[in-house]
Design a protein around this ligand. Structure first.
Ligand SMILES: [Zn+2]
Length: 305
């Protein structure tokens, strides 16, 4: 049933996405996203304590971009989909009321039609699949929460890693490109930037059958050249609006559970960054429940145009 729904939604999505693309050739998200990324670039420091940098990026990104909250309301799209998902004949009608979101310059998501629930957030899991990716996917699947897993090539270049990626993909999760080896793209030659991105897309496609459509740069550091590669690959760039599991103060279950839900950065359309980590996995239930208690729904990446 779930697979049927996903297959159906994917088909509808492809059709719609194609339509959307032809209508929005120069999508202004791209240009505003560029500015956000540029602001972020300045702060990208060393690589090794990887996610501390992401914390800085995050703060940078968030500060400047808090104003544009979407203002659409209502929309019970998920339910609608559930009721009709299995019925092929309704497909055309469904497409007329899709409940779609678009990526904003600060990487938040804004409803693009009345069917899209305004009070919704996107869940993303980076640096997967390491130790907990599959378990996190299983837990999210249990909770019926969609998400994007941004994967690195060094986690999927052996049989076990490839199997884990396949498992996450088969549970219906969107797989995003987070580069082969997680470099700071501003520190490496252009040829390497290209292979970091394209070779991973090739690898993901080989394993899952699907080429990734979302790209997230390590540390949120995009460059003009990486933007060109993304564009030529037909991918969409996505940083995040907040996350805490890379901040030493929140690298344990209880602290993380609380901040992810109580932070003032939680708002409609927020793009939540998490990682493939033990404490994040342990905190997942309570975080999701906390977000639901605050009235938030979860954005299906298939519904991002
Ligand atoms: Zn990362």
């Amino acid at each position: 049933m779930k697979m049927m729904k996903r297959t159906y939604m994917l088909t509808a999505c492809v059709l719609l996405f194609a339509a959307a693309c032809s209508n929005n050739e120069d999508n202004n998200n791209e240009s505003s996203a560029e500015e956000t990324g540029a602001a972020g670039n300045a702060d990208a420091a060393e690589e090794n304590s990887s996610e501390t940098n992401e914390a800085e990026e995050d703060t940078e990104n968030e500060e400047g971009n808090r104003a544009d909250a979407p203002d659409d309301e209502n929309g019970q799209n998920e339910q609608h989909e559930d009721n009709n998902g299995a019925n092929e004949e309704n497909a055309v009608e469904e497409e007329e009321e899709p409940g779609y979101y678009s990526i904003q310059g600060d990487s938040s998501l804004a409803p693009v039609d009345d069917e899209a629930e305004e009070q919704a957030v996107l869940i993303t899991i980076d640096d997967a699949p390491d130790q907990y990716g599959v378990a996190m996917a299983e837990k999210l699947d249990e909770l019926d929460v969609p998400a994007i897993f941004f994967v690195n090539g060094h986690f999927i270049n052996d049989e076990e890693g490839a199997r884990q990626l396949e498992e996450i993909h088969e549970l219906g999760f969107e797989i995003g490109n987070h580069t082969m080896t997680h470099p700071n793209l501003s520190d490496i030659p252009q040829g390497d930037v290209e292979s970091e991105i394209i070779e991973l897309s090739d690898m993901i496609e080989e394993i899952t059958g699907d080429r990734p459509r979302f790209f997230r740069a390590p540390f949120g550091v995009n460059t003009d050249f990486s933007d060109e590669v993304i564009e030529s690959e037909g991918m969409q760039r996505m940083n995040w609006t907040y996350g805490y599991d890379f901040d030493a103060d929140y690298m344990e279950k209880e602290a993380l559970e609380e901040i992810m839900v109580e932070t003032e950065l939680l708002r409609p359309g927020a793009n939540l960054l998490m990682h493939d980590r033990d404490f994040t996995y342990e905190a997942l239930d309570v975080m999701i429940e906390g977000l639901e208690d605050k009235g938030y729904e979860f954005i299906d990446p298939d519904h991002i145009e």
